[in-house]
Design a protein around this ligand. Structure first.
Ligand code: ATP
Ligand code: MG
Length: 564
């Protein structure tokens, strides 16, 4: 990486324009951003947008990006979440280096600053109950009313605040509030709460504290302590910005970060809210936070989405100031684009139908050469065993084919990819009339999949040697919700897609698929992209369908349904 900070970003957007101007005009020498998750759940694709933005800007402008856990609410935060967040950011391809921080690292400093506000007459200990506070707050159209405790002497507030810290009072009995303006048109400035009493152990500070700062009080000050230059957050914090600035202006903070808001990501057919995702997990609607249907980063990873596809998606959607919903097909398009270039091609048969090649010698096995990726000759070739008994896809045969069905049928010849032409000579059925086997003949002159006489079958099928294939479970995934806007009309959970997961057993895989590690996605020819699931056991592989091959985003765009 060049040590010269860039002043022209790789891409343009209003945030990069601000950052570039701040560098150009000398307001900052180095850009410092941060990604500040609350460790109360796993990260989702919306967080990925924020990660790509914050780490991306730092990288492009030669600055740095901090990972800061916003751990101010000990009742909802867990180590499992902290670990998963770090793993997910790394997996996405970003690194905070030594700049890993916690809001809880600053509890002592934040406490001192709270005392500073009391001493300067800008904060007071309030004794209204939570309900009374709400009642005094007013509405968007009506001003609030002052708390009777608002003008109590500084000494009294100092004493009570110290005793709050010492644990003398019950949860909710008192709170520290900023003294700003109960008549402000911005409700966030109507004496916001800075500290609340919470007798709860904290994963990092243990029992040291029984008062905890609110998000508003902790966030901007943490930014200032770390020397963050651009504190990039989502639009719902725009109305908090005057408060963010009020703290910075009224405290002896070491630096003055600037808050910039952008629109949060929404994606069709899913929900990006940790609260809802937690319910999906806890109520058993999914296999866990990393269920392949979840919009979590760990879910997308288990589904087989490559990090590069997610980064490309973040770049493609860009950042804007207006809320919008992005079609999930766009994410899928980015993922397919990467997989089409990189995924190895393999054979798999999901619904196997036996084919016996009658004129092929019993016991003979030929190694057929097949390209690993026609899009990338450098990926080389592999050997696929061919023998007398094969599996093909049941749906690739029809006893009475309709006019546009060109695949296998009685008396018809098709190409088995990379192997031979075969012609169906007979259909074997069980007592119930279900087809159990096809009898075929092959043409030895068509080895490799081409005929010297130039005949060209209208269909090419994938196949497996029955003796060599490996049985597997394959899980087919579809959208988690049936509606593009889950919950828009009534109960969100009523919109869950009952067919979002279909488990197929008795599928057959090419032997080389045993070597694909978890984390790699391959293409099953003609079927889609698939990846091994961590549930796989030796001899009992489980594969997840990442995506089908069909790219529907291009179609949506052509129909003008997509603006971007
Ligand atoms: P959720 O609403 O899902 O619970 P959150 O905003 O409470 O998410 P945080 O852990 O506070 O989650 O988020 C960390 C960072 O990620 C914040 O800066 C937040 O603005 C950003 N972020 C969260 N959700 C999205 C989203 N959908 N799109 C873009 N950025 C997001
Ligand atoms: Mg939050």
């Amino acid at each position: 990486m060049s040590s010269e900070p860039a002043t022209t970003p790789e891409r343009g957007d209003f945030i990069r324009d601000i950052v570039a101007a701040d560098l150009r005009e000398g307001r900052h020498k180095t850009i410092v951003t941060r990604f500040p998750p609350e460790p109360n759940g796993y990260l989702h694709i919306g967080h990925a947008k924020s990660i790509c933005l914050n780490f991306g800007i730092a990288r492009e402008f030669g600055g740095r990006c901090h990972l800061r856990f916003d751990d101010t609410n000990p009742t909802k935060e867990e180590q499992e979440y902290i670990d998963s967040i770090q793993a997910d950011v790394h997996w996405l391809g970003f690194d905070w280096g030594e700049h890993l921080y916690h809001a809880s690292d600053y509890f002592e400093q934040l406490y001192e600053w709270a005392v500073h506000l009391i001493k300067t007459g800008k904060a007071y200990v309030d004794e209204l109950s939570a309900d009374e506070v709400r009642e005094h707050r007013g509405t968007l159209t009506e001003p609030g009313r002052n708390s009777p405790w608002r003008n109590r002497p500084v000494e009294e507030s100092l004493d009570l605040f110290e005793r709050m810290k010492a644990g003398e009072f019950a949860n909710g009995a008192k709170a520290l509030r900023a003294k700003i303006d109960m008549a402000s048109p911005n409700i966030n400035l109507r004496d916001p709460v800075l500290y609340r009493i919470l007798h709860a152990a904290h994963p990092r500070t243990g029992d040291a504290w029984c008062i905890y700062p609110t998000y508003d009080f902790a966030h901007g000050q943490s930014d200032a302590i770390e020397g963050i230059t651009h504190s990039i957050c989502t639009l719902e914090f725009e109305v908090h910005r005057p408060l963010y600035e009020w703290f910075i202006d009224n405290l002896p903070v070491p630096s003055h970060p600037r808050q910039i808001e952008f629109a949060r990501l929404n994606v069709t057919y899913t929900v990006l809210s940790k609260r809802v995702l937690l319910r999906l997990v806890n109520e058993g609607h999914v296999r866990g936070w990393d269920d392949p249907r979840m919009p979590t980063i760990s879910g997308l990873r288990r589904r087989g989405f490559p990090a590069e596809g997610i980064r490309d998606f973040a770049a493609l959607i860009g950042v804007a100031k207006a809320d919008s919903t992005v079609e999930v097909e766009m994410l899928e398009h980015c993922v397919r684009d990467v997989l089409n270039r990189k995924a190895l091609r393999r054979f798999a048969v999901l619904d196997p139908l036996k084919v016996v090649v009658e004129n092929y010698p019993e016991g003979r096995v030929e190694e057929m050469e097949a390209p690993n990726n026609p899009e990338d000759p450098a990926a080389g070739t592999r050997k696929v065993p061919f023998s007398r008994e094969l599996w093909i896809e049941r749906e690739d045969f029809m006893e009475e084919p309709p006019p546009k069905f060109f695949r296998l049928a009685p008396g018809r010849e098709v190409r088995l990819r990379g192997a031979y032409f075969v012609t169906c000579t007979d259909v074997v059925k069980d007592a119930a009339g279900r087809i159990t086997e096809l009898r075929c003949t092959y043409d030895p002159a068509t080895r490799g999949g081409d005929s010297p006489d130039g005949r060209k079958p209208k269909a090419t099928l994938h196949w497996l040697s029955a003796a060599h294939a490996m049985p597997a479970e394959v899980r087919l995934y579809d959208h988690l919700f049936t509606r593009p806007d889950p919950g828009a009309e009534g109960d969100l959970f009523a919109d869950l897609n009952p067919e979002s997961e279909k488990v197929l057993t008795g599928c057959q895989l090419e032997p080389s698929l045993a070597e694909v590690p978890v984390g790699e996605t391959v293409q099953f020819e003609r079927l889609g992209y698939f990846c091994p699931d961590p549930d796989s056991k030796p001899g009992a592989p489980v594969f997840n369908r990442t995506l089908t091959l069909k790219d529907t985003w291009a179609k949506l765009r052509a129909q003008g349904r997509h603006g971007g």
